[in-house]
Design a protein around this ligand. Structure first.
Ligand SMILES: [Cu+2]
Length: 69
C-alpha cells in the first residue's frame, strides 16, 4: 500500500533547486510520485513503506544539498 508524507525542505531558492529535490526523491526505489512546491518549501512524496522510509528521503535530500526541516 502506498503512503504519503510531506517533507519540509530547507534551502530551495529557485525552480532549479526544486528540480534537484524532485530528482533526488524520484531516484529512490519505492517512491512513486513527488510533488515539490517551491513556494511552500515542501515536497509531497507517495511511497511504498516496505521499500523506503522518510529517513532515506531525508538522506537523499541532504545529498542533493538541501535540508529537511
Ligand atoms: Cu535554485
Amino acid at each position: 500500500m502506498t503512503k504519503q508524507v510531506t517533507l519540509k525542505i530547507v534551502g530551495m531558492h529557485c525552480a532549479g533547486c526544486a528540480g534537484s529535490v524532485e530528482r533526488a526523491l524520484k531516484g529512490i526505489a519505492g517512491v512513486s510520485a513527488v510533488t515539490v512546491s517551491l513556494a511552500a518549501g515542501q515536497a509531497v512524496v507517495d511511497y511504498e513503506p516496505e521499500k523506503t522510509s522518510d529517513k532515506q528521503m531525508a538522506k537523499a535530500v541532504k545529498q542533493a544539498g538541501f535540508n529537511v526541516g
